[in-house]
Each structure stands twice: as C-alpha cells, then as structure tokens.
Design a protein around this ligand. Structure first.
Ligand SMILES: C[S@@+](CC[C@H](N)C(=O)[O-])C[C@H]1O[C@@H](n2cnc3c(N)ncnc32)[C@H](O)[C@@H]1O
Length: 277
C-alpha cells in the first residue's frame, strides 16, 4: 500500500484484505470504493439482486461485507419486512459500516465473525451473498458450507469473485506483461483461480440451479494506474523480473496514464444457486 503509484496516489494492493488489522486505513477504504464504483462490476451486483429475487420481506446475509458498500444498498430493497445482516472479520470495517448505515438512516445489522464459522443460526437467511471474499480464505469450502447452512431450503446464494489470471493491461511488452501478471495471480490472494472450480464445489454441496454470469470489468484509468502501476516492482522484488524490467513496467504504465490511454481489466464471475429442499 505504501508504494506510490504512477498517479501519485498510494498504490492499491489486493494482498491487503487478508491483513485485516489494517483494513480501515483510508487507502483500503478508497480501494474498496474504487472497485465498487466500476460500472461493469455494478452490473454483476445488480444481476445478483435479480437472480436471488432480493426484494421486500427477504432476510439477506452479506458474508465478508466490508464496511457495507453493497450491504447498505440492499436494505431499501428488502423493505418492508426484510432484514439485512453483514458479517465481517474486521471490527473496524463493521464500525464504519454502522456509521454509514446510521448516516443514511438504514437499518442494517453488522456482526463480527468468520465466514468459515458464521455467527448466525441455521436456515436464517433467504438470500446469502459473498463478494470478493472467498479468494482471501484459507478454507473457502468451509465458508461455502456455512453459507448453505445459514440459508433456508429454497433460499438463494450469490457469489461474486474475480479470476486473477484474467488480469489485462496494455503494456506492449507481452513477455514482460505475462511475467508480471502471472506473478500477481500467483501471489495476490490465497485462491486466485477459485472461480474455475466453483460450479463443482457448489454442486458438491448439493446446490441446484447453478447459473453463471461474467463481466470483463474494465477499470477506470486512475484505478488502473494505482493497481497495475505497482505490479512490476512487486515482481522485481520477488526476482520474477529484473530490476530494470520492473522499472520499465512502472515507466510504461506511468506514460500511458499520463497520455490517457492506459487500459486495465479483470474478469469477474457471478455464481447463483438454490439450496435444495
Ligand atoms: C475485498 S473486501 C470485500 C468487501 C465487500 N464484500 C465489498 O465487496 O466491498 C474483502 C473482505 O473480506 C473480509 N474478510 C477477510 N477474511 C475474512 C473472514 N475469514 N471472515 C469474514 N470476513 C473476512 C475482509 O475484512 C474484507 O472486508
């Protein structure tokens, strides 16, 4: 996070959400807000709402809710009669979520807990969702089983996660780009390619009606500079490319950012499924 990016802003590192003690630092909050703003990711969030029939009277559980960017948006949708509960490991994120809910006059319950051992009863949710959480977990299967346990028979589950091996940036040196982006996919999170097995994992838990949607989520240019700008130096630090190549990467991203033609994107998937019964 401390690494300055080509845009002059602190670089965004996706490693940080496993290190939740630092979660509520302004750069982390800004990073989550920057991703949350991306229109193509918003499309997947809206599709999750639609495919889970999130509406009046529903009890919604948002696992790994952060400080509630989407959680808060769901609250008006379930009124009247519904409830929205956000669970996250970070007490500081939850405090920030409560502060934002109060400021917006929204009724949302925030509970501290581990996605792998949810602090909620069996069959207590009609809809359980998790967005950009499973990729950070040591035991994503436990979290999936917990999401199923928490959801009533006939209830719906929605999961939104990226595939880090789809990271794309218009650095013209293809060999350098492959090396740097492969390093990012190999080191950024615990489960960078989890989406590839998710259909099988969901089916293995007995879920039915598994549907997939995807978007290649294009970054705005500032986020592209902040995220991609630091990846060359990280690859050089780990000896995947040499120092000169890491510096060349930084210069290319900086130059493209300055000229306004930096392009960055990553593939995101939405999985929805029904708990049988
Ligand atoms: C990238 S953020 C996504 C937050 C939110 N879902 C969003 O889309 O804005 C990942 C979140 O997972 C949380 N997290 C990490 N490990 C967790 C765990 N074991 N149990 C619950 N939450 C966890 C982090 O604290 C962080 O809020």
């Amino acid at each position: 996070m401390e690494q300055p990016s080509p845009s002059g802003e602190p670089a965004i590192s996706l490693h940080d959400f496993t290190d939740i003690d630092h979660a509520v630092e302004p750069t982390y909050v800004a990073a989550l807000e920057a991703f949350d703003r991306l229109p193509l990711l918003r499309e997947l969030k809206a599709l999750a709402v639609e495919r889970t029939a999130t509406g009046p009277g529903r009890r919604v559980l948002d696992v790994g809710c952060g400080f509630g960017l989407e959680t808060l948006r769901l609250a008006p949708l379930v009124a009247p009669g519904g409830t929205v509960t956000g669970v996250d490991l970070s007490a500081e994120f939850l405090d920030e979520g409560r502060r934002r809910a109060t400021a917006a006059g929204l009724d949302v319950v925030f509970e501290q807990g581990d996605a792998q051992r949810l602090p909620v009863g069996d069959d207590t949710a009609d809809v359980t969702r998790a967005e950009r959480v499973l990729i950070y977990l040591d035991h994503p299967d436990r979290a999936l089983a917990e999401m199923v346990r928490a959801t009533r028979p006939g209830g719906r589950i929605a999961i939104i996660e990226p595939d880090f091996d789809t990271n794309t940036v218009n650095v013209p040196d293809v060999a350098l780009a492959r090396a740097v982006l492969a390093h990012e996919a190999d080191t950024a999170v615990v489960n960078a390619r989890l989406v590839r097995d998710l259909t099988a994992r969901l089916a293995g838990l007995g879920l039915v009606d598994v549907e997939i949607a995807s978007r290649m989520v294009v970054f705005d240019i500032e986020l592209a500079a902040q995220y991609f700008g630091g990846l060359g130096a990280a690859a050089a630090r780990d000896g995947v490319v040499d120092a000169a190549a890491g510096e060349r990467w930084r210069a290319i991203v900086e130059d493209r950012h300055r000229r306004g033609d930096l392009f960055g994107a990553v593939g995101y998937y939405l999985f929805t499924a029904t708990v049988p019964g």
